[in-house]
Write a protein that binds this ligand. Structure first.
Ligand code: ASP
Length: 334
C-alpha cells in the first residue's frame, strides 16, 4: 500500500515538473553574456544638418548590422563571425564610406581598406587599396584564416579574393551619385570640405561572444580626395583595429594619419595591460586628451573581456550602437 502511495506521489511530482517546463516556470535560460558594438564613422555634420528621414535611414542600417551580428552571438556563434556579418551589412549600404558608397580619391577613384582580428588567437588579416572586392572585410577575414600573411594590397589582394571565391565587382559598383557630386563639388571649389559637408562613414564592429572571445574589424574607403595609393589606419593592425582576449577589442574611425602615428587601437590595449587602466579610462584618455591635443579628429568603439563598452569621440558626431545579451539595444548618432 505504501508503495502505491509513493508511486502516486512520484507520478504527481513528474507531472508537475513537466507542467512547469511547459508554462516556462522551470525554464532556465543559460546564455553566457555577449556584446556587439558597431560604428558608422566619426566626424560629419553637426546635429540638425541631416533631415530626420536621413537620420532614420542611417539608424535603420545600423540596426540591421546589429541584428545580423547579434543573431550569430545569440546562437553561440563566434565574435569573428559576428563582426564580419555586421560590417558586411554596412559595406553593402550606399550610406557609409565602406564598400558601396565609399568616398573618391583625388582621381575620382575608390580604394578600399579593411581588417579583422581574432582576440583569442591574435591572428589578423587585412586588405588595402582594393577596387574590385565587393566585401573587403570578408577578404580580410580570408587573409587571416586562409593565408600565412596579415596584409595584402591592391592587385595581390584582389587575385587572392578571387581565388577564395569571394564576389568580385566592377569598380563602378562602389561609386554612388552622391559621392560623385561631393567629389565634383570639392574639385570645383578646390577646397577641403567644410565640417558640415564631411560625412561620417567608416564602419567597424567589436564583439564579445558567449565563449568569452573578443574580435574587432574595420572597413573604409579612407579620406575623401586622398592621394592615389594612400592607406589609412583601418587596415593597419594596432592602429585602426586590435583585439586581445586579455584586454579588449577596438575599432577606430577618424583622421587615419593620427591614428597610425599614435597606434591607437593597440595603445588602448596596452594602457589596460601595462597600466591597469579601465577600458573607459584608457579610451577617454586617448580620444579626448591625447589625440585631441594633437588635432586628431575621431573616435573609437571598444569592448573589454568583461563586456564593458566604451564609445568615445572628439568630433560632433560618431554613428554608433550596441546590443547585448541582456536585451539592450541602443543607437546614437551625436
Ligand atoms: N580612419 C579612416 C582613414 O583614415 C577614415 C575614417 O574613419 O573616417 O582612412
Amino acid at each position: 500500500m505504501k508503495r502505491i502511495h509513493l508511486l502516486i506521489i512520484l507520478f504527481l511530482l513528474a507531472g508537475l515538473s513537466l507542467w512547469g517546463q511547459n508554462t516556462g516556470m522551470e525554464t532556465v535560460v543559460s546564455m553566457n553574456p555577449w556584446v556587439l558594438v558597431i560604428q558608422g564613422g566619426a566626424g560629419g555634420p553637426p546635429q540638425g544638418t541631416y533631415t530626420p528621414e536621413k537620420e532614420m535611414e542611417y539608424r535603420k542600417v545600423l540596426e540591421q548590422a546589429l541584428q545580423a551580428g547579434a543573431a550569430i552571438l545569440r546562437n553561440e556563434g563566434s565574435s569573428v563571425d559576428a563582426v564580419e556579418a555586421a560590417i558586411r551589412v554596412m559595406e553593402d549600404s550606399p550610406l557609409f564610406n565602406a564598400g558601396k558608397g565609399a568616398v573618391l580619391d583625388e582621381d575620382g577613384k575608390v580604394g578600399l581598406d579593411a581588417s579583422i582580428m581574432d582576440g583569442k588567437t591574435l591572428m589578423a588579416g587585412a586588405v588595402a587599396d582594393v577596387t574590385t572586392i565587393k566585401n573587403p572585410i570578408s577578404a580580410a577575414r580570408r587573409v587571416m584564416t586562409n593565408s600565412s600573411h596579415v596584409l595584402l594590397v591592391d592587385g595581390g589582394a584582389e587575385k587572392f579574393a578571387k581565388e577564395q571565391g569571394l564576389e568580385i565587382v566592377d569598380p563602378s559598383y562602389f561609386i554612388t551619385d552622391q559621392r560623385l557630386k561631393d567629389w565634383q563639388k570639392s574639385h570645383e571649389q578646390k577646397a577641403v570640405p567644410k565640417q558640415e559637408e564631411k560625412k561620417p562613414g567608416t564602419v567597424g564592429a567589436v564583439a564579445l561572444d558567449q565563449a568569452g572571445n573578443l574580435a574587432a574589424g574595420t572597413s573604409t574607403g579612407g579620406m575623401m580626395n586622398k592621394k592615389q595609393g594612400r592607406v589609412g589606419d583601418s587596415p593597419i593592425i594596432g592602429a585602426g583595429t586590435y583585439a586581445n582576449n586579455n584586454t579588449c577589442a577596438v575599432s577606430a574611425t577618424g583622421h587615419g594619419e593620427f591614428f597610425m602615428r599614435n597606434v591607437v587601437a593597440y595603445d588602448l590595449s596596452a594602457l589596460m595591460e601595462y597600466k591597469g587602466m579601465s577600458l573607459q579610462q584608457a579610451a577617454d584618455y586617448i580620444i579626448t586628451d591625447k589625440l585631441k591635443k594633437q588635432g586628431g579628429d575621431g573616435g573609437l568603439i571598444a569592448v573589454d573581456k568583461n563586456g564593458n563598452i566604451a564609445m568615445p569621440f572628439n568630433t560632433q558626431a560618431m554613428f554608433r550602437g550596441y546590443m547585448n545579451s541582456q536585451g539592450q539595444i541602443e543607437i546614437q548618432l551625436y
